[in-house]
Every structure is written in structure tokens, then in C-alpha cells.
Design a protein around this ligand. Structure first.
Ligand code: SF4
Length: 271
């Protein structure tokens, strides 16, 4: 008698960061991969605009976006990491809040994860699970979808880009150490409460004899005093960029500088 093996079907997974690329990928694949499972690793320190955008996307996709990390947020892991704030070199936040929850969610199931790296940024290195049961696909690279196409996908869906694109170039925690100084100024203007909260982490460190700062080489207390100077510098840089021969811009949001350091940042948070 032949043995009946009940093999679980391969799972298809797409992680949303609240950024434009992963969101556009979800929209792009909605009808192409109907069995797709969507998830979002909420760090507990997301921008309100991100959470609002994820809710809207959920309605558009017509499926639940599973929220990972319930009850274990940034502050939980901060304590576990001896109250040392994460840095680009010691990125415990990504490991604990993004990578581990994802791997736990997949378990030992065979799975394909769909990653939103675009055709114009094949230089980017992303997290790829080392687990043998998880493989990755890059539909934008496979189909030659570049940055302008991503904006077009978002625009045509009616969803558009997340509101934070008006002042910040990427998704992630409100205090993410990858953000530029002018984005910190933007945070202070749009969400002074969150800026103060970010300052309180630095204060805590100072009280404990450490000099860690979120933004390189400068406390947020000082950074906010230089707001005008920082904004002026950012404008000069933007104008210099704009005067270079450039690709077609779809709208003002595509004029961000998110090519500048994305390769250093984190695909799980900023895609
Ligand atoms: S967004 Fe930034 S601070 Fe938040 S988990 Fe990712 S790397 Fe860490």
C-alpha cells in the first residue's frame, strides 16, 4: 500500500515595511499571487503615517496584513540589550524586531519571500534568511520595474505614497538612526512629541554616563537649535542634485535622495 504524504503547500510571503517599494510590490502582485500572505513587523515605534498607510493597504489588498511582534516592542528589547541604543553597527533592533519575528512566523514551512528591490538598485544587499526552507524572489528585478514605475504603480492604485514622504525619504522607526539631519528636523516639525521622546532616550543614556546620540555626532537637543541651518544645507544639496542631468521625475516625491544610503540601511525596515 502506497504511503500518503500530506505535504504542506509552499507559502508565499510578502513583508511590508510601510515603504514605497514593498507596498508597490504588494499591489503589483495582488492578482498575480492570490495565495500571498502579507505581514508587517510593528516595532512599536512606527510613525503614525506608516500605521495609517498599512491600514489603507490592507483594505486595498483585501486580506489581513498580519502584525508581528505583538507585545514585544522596541522598549522591550532595549531592556534586554542592557539599555544600549542600537546603532548602524550594532543593529539589534533589526534582528529582534524584524528578522526573528519573520523567521518565527515562517517556522519550518517551505516559503518564498518576495522582496521589493527594484531593477535600478540591484546593488542593494538585503536580508536573506539563511534558513534553508526560505527562498527569495525579486519580481521588480525580474520584470525590469524601476523607481518611476514604482511611483506609477502606487499612483494608479489610488493609494499614492505614504504621507511621511513629504518630509522623510523612508519608512522605519521615528527615531531611526539612518535618517538624515533634515529628516530629524522634519520629525520635530511634524511630530514634536515623538522628537521629544527620541530626546528622552539620549537623556537616559547621558544620565547613565554614556554619550550615544541617534544622529551622528550630535545630540537632538543641539540638532533642533540648528534647524534653519540644516534645512538650508539640505536645500542647497537638493538644488545641486536637481541641476545634474537627471532621469524623468514622476512627481515631487521621486526627488528624494533615497538612493544615497539605502544600501547601508535595512531592507526589512526601509523597502
Ligand atoms: S527602522 Fe531603524 S531603528 Fe527601527 S528597527 Fe529598523 S534599523 Fe532599527
Amino acid at each position: 500500500m502506497s504511503e500518503i504524504v500530506n505535504k504542506k503547500p509552499v507559502r508565499h510571503l510578502l513583508g511590508l515595511s510601510g515603504g514605497k517599494d514593498s507596498s508597490a510590490l504588494a499591489i503589483y502582485l495582488r492578482d498575480k499571487v492570490p495565495e500571498m500572505e502579507y505581514f508587517f513587523s510593528d516595532t512599536g515605534a512606527e510613525l503614525p503615517e506608516t500605521l495609517e498607510f498599512i491600514d489603507m493597504l490592507e483594505d486595498y489588498l483585501g486580506k489581513p496584513i498580519v502584525r508581528l511582534n505583538a507585545g514585544r516592542d522596541f522598549d522591550y528589547y532595549l531592556k534586554l540589550n542592557g539599555n544600549f541604543l542600537p546603532t548602524a553597527q550594532a543593529r539589534w533592533c533589526t534582528i529582534n524586531l524584524k528578522i526573528k519575528p519573520f523567521e518565527e512566523y515562517v517556522g519550518n514551512d517551505e516559503a518564498i519571500t518576495y522582496v521589493g528591490i527594484r531593477a535600478d538598485e540591484t546593488y542593494r544587499q538585503g536580508y536573506l534568511s539563511k534558513k534553508k526552507n526560505i527562498s527569495a524572489r525579486y519580481p521588480f528585478i525580474e520584470d525590469g520595474i524601476a523607481k518611476d514605475d514604482v511611483f506609477e504603480i502606487l499612483k494608479l492604485s489610488g493609494i499614492g505614497v505614504p504621507k511621511y514622504y513629504e518630509w522623510r525619504s523612508r519608512s522605519g522607526c521615528y527615531f531611526c538612526f539612518f535618517q538624515r539631519k533634515d529628516e530629524w528636523v522634519g520629525l520635530n516639525e511634524r511630530h514634536p512629541d515623538l522628537y521629544k521622546k527620541a530626546m528622552s532616550y539620549e537623556d537616559f543614556h547621558k544620565e547613565n554616563g554614556r554619550d550615544h546620540t541617534w544622529s551622528q555626532g550630535e545630540r537632538l537637543e543641539n540638532l533642533m537649535k540648528r534647524s534653519i541651518e540644516i534645512k538650508n544645507n539640505a536645500n542647497v544639496q537638493k538644488n545641486a542634485e536637481a541641476s545634474k542631468p537627471k532621469k524623468k521625475l514622476l512627481d515631487k516625491f521621486s526627488d528624494d535622495d533615497d538612493n544615497s544610503s539605502d544600501d547601508d540601511s535595512c531592507l526589512m525596515c526601509h523597502l
